[in-house]
Design a protein around this ligand. Structure first.
Ligand code: MG
Length: 291
């Protein structure tokens, strides 16, 4: 989302509310799994978008991107599909996916009143090693966020580690777009930057039980600067070099950080088979709180 000024403190969610958000998250994960299966050279990005729209409709979920108000025009699709130098907010259309592309798909829905938002980057076919490394490092940046959220007190401590990992690998963190709180609506307080800045020193927030964030690092191969195309939505790198975007909706729970948009239970135990006698949700990722 675009950076803007937030005034209110984050709204914390109950365990029951987080469980409802997990249901929305599972549907977003299923949509992205379907996208992964569809993403082959020759497929048009609009085909992927229409499949996600149909999946959400079958489950009675409200797509959150379609009609989202923009600076000039509402967003026209249920997914943002961005290729290569496109960072985020790409509009699906007749463009065909090609071998060697970096394909980024971002989608969100509301199910039974609660939202979830996630994004993946898929290397298509024979992708150059440096582009693959960019994908891997961006995924590591998100993994660092998931782990550190469970052991730090302030978001700035997490953001600093995310930025450091990207930059120590020779890449840059996009600063014009940030993650966000999420709950009954898609964009809630607070802003969730993937870097530290003077703004964050003023708008830092405490990592506490019940906090739910959509964390979405955007990592560029070269320079961090971006611009928006004349379609009023598609964000591209100014230098035309590739960018990677990955996102999960994450909740801080008593049991640890839970990845609400995970496609599989992130801890041992087979999918959708509750572990007996532990009293812990099979989906709660129990990350150490000692740090
Ligand atoms: Mg988001």
């Amino acid at each position: 989302m675009r950076k803007s000024v937030f005034q209110k403190a984050p709204e914390l969610k109950s365990a029951r509310e987080i469980a409802l958000m997990r249901e929305a998250g599972k549907l977003v994960a299923a949509a992205l799994r379907m996208c992964r299966d569809m993403a082959k050279p020759g497929v048009r990005t609009i085909d992927i978008d229409q499949a996600v729209e149909a999946l959400f409709a079958r489950h009675g979920a409200i797509p959150l991107f379609k009609g989202y108000p923009g600076q000039k025009v509402p967003f026209p699709a249920v997914t943002c599909i961005s290729l290569n130098e496109q960072v985020v907010h790409g509009i699906p259309g007749p463009r065909q996916i090609r071998d060697g592309d970096l394909l980024k798909i971002d989608t969100a829905c509301k199910l039974n009143g609660w939202c979830a938002d996630a994004a993946i980057t898929l290397p298509i076919g024979d992708v150059r090693p440096e582009r693959r490394r960019l994908v891997r490092v961006a995924e590591e940046v998100l993994a660092i966020a998931i782990e550190e959220m469970g052991r730090r007190q302030w978001w700035s401590e997490v953001a600093q580690r995310m930025q450091k990992h990207a930059e120590s690998n020779g890449f840059s963190v996009v600063q014009q777009y940030v993650g966000h709180g999420i709950g009954r609506i898609m964009h809630e307080n607070p802003q969730v930057p993937n870097f530290v800045s003077r703004d964050l020193r003023d708008q830092d927030f405490r990592l506490e039980e019940g906090l739910v964030l959509a964390v979405e690092p955007m990592i560029n191969m070269c320079r961090a600067d971006t611009r928006v195309l004349s379609d009023h939505w598609t964000v591209v790198t100014r230098d035309g070099m590739p960018s990677v975007h990955v996102e999960h909706t994450l909740a801080i729970t008593r049991q640890g950080v839970q990845v609400l948009t995970a496609d599989e239970p992130p801890v041992n135990g087979p999918p959708s088979e509750p572990r007996a006698g532990t009293g812990v949700s099979p989906e709660a990722s129990t990350l150490s709180s000692s740090g």
